[in-house]
Design a protein around this ligand. Structure first.
Ligand code: SAM
Ligand code: SF4
Length: 336
């Protein structure tokens, strides 16, 4: 057997190779989506607990030597982190990183889209669950739909290609949003993906009956636009099933972590804003990279920590099984 070094790929016990890292840059946010954050009295991490850009950069350097080549910045809302384009610039320059993306609620994009693009950000996902201000406020418990729409326009003006819209699908709340969102995306040449609501809401109200599943969304879309034609996955670990509309005008994707888990092809690891490494959104354990980054640890020590984390990755999240345990952290504290 080949010797494992700290440059060997991040392989887990099931043979899954980890090449993709989600980096949360903050747990703060400018809205309060019910499927993610509490509405009031949110206890954010104090500033000194949050990794600095230099600490994030060092972590990425170490994992990039183990084959991680795709990065996504997230949060909380990543655009509320001061000076974010400076981090983008640092990460874009790192050798071995060939994909640098960001997920945002879009509210601050009118101010930041152009700067992020010139800093080297390659791809943008913008969250948009509805085109109606009343539904937006029901979900995010704040006003802001107009700013999100302005943010989408700003991202297009800044020249981002293949902007993706992400819509969380919630039974009893967003059924009527499916067709308007699909039309909106088709008219603007944007990709749209519907994501099933997962049990990661801070207030722990999630029930399996709240999930509007991918199959139901597909039926709704087909009733309006005709048969959806499956498109092959661009990458085996891609969580979405993508489809082309029968008339060829655009694509739509369904991400179904609850009804059709894709854990067996997972290639992702995560770094929380305060420097904990996680091998799954639903992991109940974490590995403390910040302690190493702020101690006298070597890059090899960091690499060993990440390798240990990946070695302990569970086969699947287990939502819907009797063994499922919700993680203590909510979505905004992990990084979606
Ligand atoms: N604030 C940014 C945003 O909203 O795009 C980035 C962080 S957010 C946690 C990342 C993505 O996770 C968003 O698309 C959001 O809609 C989605 N999300 C949050 N909570 C979720 C949940 N409980 N189930 C499914 N998706 C969720
Ligand atoms: Fe903020 Fe994104 Fe969570 Fe909504 S989903 S509360 S925008 S972090």
């Amino acid at each position: 057997m080949a010797e494992i070094t700290n440059k060997s790929p991040l392989l887990d016990t099931l043979g899954r190779t980890h090449t993709s890292l989600r980096i949360s840059v903050t747990d703060r946010c400018n809205i309060r989506c019910f499927y993610c954050m509490p509405n009031e009295n949110v206890r954010f991490r104090p500033r000194h607990e949050i990794l600095t850009f230099e600490e994030i950069e060092r972590f990425v350097r170490v994992v990039s030597q183990m084959g991680v080549h795709r990065l996504r910045l997230t949060g909380g809302e990543p655009l509320v982190r001061a000076d974010l384009p400076r981090l983008v610039e640092k990460l874009a320059r790192l050798p071995g990183i060939d994909d640098l993306a960001l997920t945002t609620n879009g509210i601050l994009l009118p101010e930041l889209a152009a700067e992020l693009r010139s800093a080297g950000l390659q791809r943008l996902n913008i969250s948009l669950d509805t085109l109606r201000e009343d539904v937006f406020q029901k979900i995010s418990r704040r006003a802001g739909l107009d700013q999100v729409l302005a943010g989408i326009a700003a991202a297009q003006d800044a020249g981002f290609q293949r902007i993706r819209l992400n819509a969380v699908a919630i039974h009893g709340l967003t059924e009527d949003e499916i067709i308007p969102l699909a039309r909106f995306a088709r008219e603007r040449g944007l990709e749209l993906r519907f994501i099933e609501y997962m049990p990661l809401d801070a207030e722990k109200h999630w029930q399996s009956t709240d999930v509007l599943d991918g199959e139901a969304i597909r039926r709704t879309l087909e009733a309006e636009f005709g048969p959806l034609v499956p498109v092959g996955r661009s990458h085996p670990s891609q969580p979405a099933s993508d489809f082309e509309y029968a008339d060829g005008a655009g694509r739509v994707g369904l991400i179904s972590p609850v009804s059709q888990p894709f854990c067996s092809a997972c290639d992702r690891l995560r770094l929380t804003a305060e420097g904990q490494v996680r091998n799954c959104l639903f992991s109940t354990a974490e590995w403390d990279a910040r302690a190493l980054l702020r101690g006298y640890a070597t890059d090899d020590d960091l690499a060993n920590l990440v390798r240990d984390c990946i070695q302990k990755k569970a086969p699947a999240h287990g939502i819907g099984t009797t063994n499922f345990v919700r993680p203590e952290r909510a979505m905004y504290q992990i990084g979606g």
